[in-house]
Ligand binder design. Structure first.
Ligand SMILES: [Zn+2]
Length: 499
């Protein structure tokens, strides 16, 4: 048997001003292209990734495995057409050469310059080329599901966690079901549905209510074998596209269809009934800092979720850092702040040099009418690093992250990590690789939303969420939604479901 497996991951924030060329999928790679073939297999085997699960399943099945491409980029604006065509071309070529099954690890919220639905377009092309090919698709919890995606897939599963710590397990669930279908044991059918709601990313985690009840039910039903797979997708709200929303996907054998349809309706009805619990209320920054200053012990993790990289944030909005300085917080580690020009200037100045620089604020956010505003900072260049470290927390365990050349700027009250490539702070390695011990600090001011919980929550004495400005702001009224379906909750707060 010959299997093809590939990864194509991008969560597109259509409001983000950050471009997404092919190079964004190949950070630190001189070729400018994402890994493929034996390099991808060697690099991902044993990691907590979807592709690692597909590699293991192919080995178990004694199948030859072809990996035409495996790449992902940090969330940002729409993916360049050339980048999408590179992924699509590589995967279609591999399928064209002949295979018995295709295993895809996709995000589910990719928007390209030409397609609102990157994954749907990819799957539509594959299906046109290979109408009978069995296709397993594992997806991120933030998938905005589309009819094209569902129509082309044989099996689909999504992460049950946020922070996402079940990447390997999710692909294994999809892959195992497809292998059973290949053996002729089952004939999977997909039953699915959607509710017109933008769930807030701070209120949608399956570890918290209201999603906990809903996801627990889906997982329990799958574990009991009443259906083959059951997944609920919170959806990604920072996308001005027609297919946003909360989705349930049930993969069922032929005899389970009626049960699967009932389960789908129960999951979706429960989410809709509790829709108000998926809304997040922001508070002013000054109030959050005032609260942080009353807290005893440390580290106190201050989370700037309005400029969250893994939702498309520019990672250079300085308002929360400026407010921390204004409020007189000390003994802080901050960052990373994305500012390649500042990194260059500080590397040139050299370790030990005293510098006064304009930090961050280089990116304007026209979709929100926000101008980039740098912050004047003075301090000592403490360290220069290559920005690379291996993840040890439960999310993406074992993979190497790359912030590019990074610098620690010590202002006396804060050690600010400044990086050259955008990357969310979710693993303690972000500070430790730069000689900053996070457990020894009173405050850690990071740009994240939910993924920091994978690495930082275990050491956090307290967590304080900061509603700073940026393209991942929690205030939906700042976003000009023009292409989402209306009515849509909570944009249309009093809406009723049409039946
Ligand atoms: Zn996600």
């Amino acid at each position: 048997m010959r299997f093809v497996a590939a990864t194509m991951k991008h969560e597109t924030n259509t409001f983000s001003p950050i471009a997404t060329p092919l190079a964004s999928f190949a950070i630190g790679r001189p070729s400018g292209k994402p890994p493929s073939g034996s390099e991808a297999i060697a690099g991902l085997t044993g990691t907590n990734t979807g592709l690692a699960a597909y590699i293991d399943l192919a080995r178990e099945a004694g199948a030859e495995l072809v990996v035409p491409v495996s790449g992902g980029a940090a969330p940002s604006g729409p993916v360049a057409d050339a980048a999408f065509e590179y992924f699509s071309g590589a995967i279609l070529d591999a399928v064209r050469r002949g295979c018995d099954a295709l295993f895809l690890d996709l995000h589910g919220a990719m928007v390209t310059e030409s397609h609102d639905d990157g994954e749907g377009e990819l799957l539509r092309r594959i299906r046109a080329l290979a109408p009978e090919l069995p296709i397993a698709v594992s997806l991120d919890f933030h998938t905005n599901m589309s009819p094209d995606m569902v129509a082309a897939a044989t099996v689909m599963t999504g992460y049950c966690t946020y922070p996402h710590i079940d990447m390997y397990a999710t692909a294994k669930r999809a892959g195992r079901t497809l292998l059973r279908a290949l053996k002729g044991e089952i004939r999977p059918r997909i039953v699915w549905g959607k509710r017109p709601m933008l769930t807030h990313t701070l209120k949608q985690a399956p570890s918290m209510q209201p999603m906990k009840d809903i996801m627990d039910k889906a997982m329990a039903v799958e574990a009991a074998g009443f259906v083959l797979n059951a997944s609920v997708f919170g959806g990604f709200p920072m996308a001005d596209i027609p297919h946003v929303g909360l989705t349930a996907i049930i993969v069922a054998d032929e005899g389970q269809i009626a049960f699967a349809e009932r389960l789908r309706d129960e999951l979706l009805d429960e989410a809709w009934r509790r829709r108000a619990d998926f809304v997040y209320a922001s508070e002013p920054l000054a109030k959050s800092f005032a609260h942080a200053k009353t807290l005893e012990g440390g580290p106190i993790v201050l989370v700037d979720h309005g400029d969250n990289v893994f939702s498309g944030g520019t990672q250079d909005v300085m308002e929360t850092v400026a407010e921390a300085f204004r409020q007189g917080l000390a003994d802080m580690a901050v960052g990373p702040i994305w500012d390649p020009a500042a990194v260059k200037a500080m590397v040139k100045a050299g370790v030990g040099a005293k510098v006064s620089i304009k930090l961050g604020g280089r990116t304007s956010m026209p979709a929100l009418g926000l101008q980039g505003r740098p912050m004047e900072v003075s301090g000592t260049v403490r360290r220069v690093t290559d920005g690379r470290y291996k993840v040890t927390c439960p999310m993406n365990t074992g993979i190497t992250l790359d912030h590019g050349i990074s610098v620690v700027l010590d202002t006396g009250t804060a050690e600010i990590l400044v990086c050259s490539e955008r990357m969310e702070a979710f693993d303690l390695g972000v500070f430790r690789h730069a000689g900053i011990e996070p457990t020894a600090k009173k405050y850690l001011l990071i740009k994240s939303r939910q993924h920091f919980r994978a690495g930082f929550e275990p050491i956090a004495k307290h967590v304080v969420l900061l509603s700073g400005p940026g393209v991942t702001s929690s205030d939906y009224s700042l976003f000009r939604f023009e292409r989402v379906p209306r009515p849509l909750y909570p944009l249309d707060a009093d809406m009723r479901l049409s039946t």
